[in-house]
Each structure stands twice: as C-alpha cells, then as structure tokens.
Design a protein around this ligand. Structure first.
Ligand code: VGL
Length: 215
C-alpha cells in the first residue's frame, strides 16, 4: 500500500461498495478501451486492500452481453459504425476474454461478496438492471445487508458508473457517493454531463484519495 492514504469512511452508515466493469474490453488492448483503465484497476485494487473493512458489502459488476444480435441496439448494427454515444463496437460478450476481469484487478475477487451481470440482451448501463448468476438483483443484495449507503467506482463515469449511481439514489433513504478519482471516463464532455445528472439526482461526488496525495 506504500504511503497512499484514503479518506475515512462515513461514520454510522452501512456502506456497500459497487465496483463497475473492470473488464478487459474496457481497458487498453480491449474492444472499447477507456484511457487509464488499467491504471485505474491498480488504484481500485489498492483502495479495496486498504478499505475493505469499511464496507458491509463489496459487489463487482460485469457487462455481459449476448453474442447474437445487437443487445437492444447497444452494439452498432452489422455494417454500420458505432457513434460511441448510444451505439458501440461489440464488447464484453458473455464468456469471451474481453468480458473477463482485467488482470490488474482479478486477484481482489477473493474479497468480493457478489457479482452482478448486466446487459444480457439490452444496453444494461445500470447495475440495477442486472442480476447475480442465481437471480438476485443489486437491490436484493443491498437489502440483505441493510445497506443505507452506496459508493460507486469503476468504468466508465459517463455510462455505467453514473447510471448505477443515479439508480441507487432513487431511494431517498440511501446516501450515494461516487468516488470520482476511482473512475475513468469515455469522454470528458459526456462525463461532465453525467456528473451534472448525478448531482441532480442527489449523488455526492467526492474523492477517495485526499488532496495533496498522488491521485
Ligand atoms: C459502458 C459504454 C458501453 C460502461 C458500457 O461500462 O460504462 N460504456 N457499454
């Protein structure tokens, strides 16, 4: 862990950490790479090692698209170019290497409690639209540990992270934060719009690593 320090967790809350889509296809060398994805996976791994004890639940998500068809228009139709806003190159197809966890994060799976798979036949940006392999939703998992607070990190700020955070905040009893320094974006302009959507929804935007530390 070196000299890295992290902000303390919220006192008196039962917080779940949701780690979004740290998958090969969203990292350098993948089908839909997000700049800095691999470095982010290292940073999130360091964070989880240091702060696992602060969380009542740690959940990972994976984009888990069907091999046939366009997954509800999420993949660009064959013979057309993706617009990288609403349509995308084929990525994170179930069971393929691109859908695997990026190797920088994979060792941390030992301390993860559950996995949500999303986007099976639909765009599936929000983890709340997915389910575990045995059919439990993220809402079920949060209820199971009586979580009253959710923190979201991962890939990508402008899409799956923000969609998940906004859905989490639909419950007004729940405190929801995105740790922005533990997220990376597809594009700065869509990330700015996503931050505004999250703020409008009542999501707190903060950092895991304090100012002055290596971010
Ligand atoms: C994502 C674009 C397309 C994400 C998924 O994980 O944020 N972005 N599909």
């Amino acid at each position: 862990m070196g000299s890295q320090s992290f902000m303390g967790s919220r006192s008196g809350s039962r917080t779940a950490l949701v780690i979004v889509d740290l998958q090969q296809d969203f990292c350098e060398g993948g089908a839909l790479p997000v700049e800095g994805g691999r470095d982010l996976a290292v940073r999130i791994s360091d964070y989880v090692r240091a702060c696992r004890g602060d969380y009542v639940l740690v959940v990972t998500t994976r984009d888990w698209h069907e091999p046939d068809g366009t997954n509800g228009g999420h993949f660009a139709a064959p013979g057309t170019d993706p617009d990288f806003l609403h349509t995308w190159p084929v990525h994170c197809v179930q069971g393929t290497p691109g859908a695997a966890y990026v190797e920088e994060f994979a060792p941390l799976l030992d301390v993860v409690d559950a996995e949500i798979l999303q986007g099976q036949g639909d765009p599936g940006y929000s983890a709340f639209s997915g389910a575990t392999s045995d059919g439990h939703t993220l809402e079920d998992l949060l209820a199971g540990v009586e979580a009253d607070s959710v923190e979201v990190v991962g890939l990508a700020t402008d899409y799956c992270v923000s969609a998940t955070a906004v859905d989490a905040a639909a419950n007004p009893e729940r405190e929801v934060a995105v740790l922005l320094d533990l997220c990376r974006e597809v594009h700065s302009s869509t990330a700015l719009a996503a931050v505004n959507r999250m703020l409008d929804a009542g999501v707190v935007i903060r950092y895991a690593i304090p100012l002055g530390a290596d971010r």
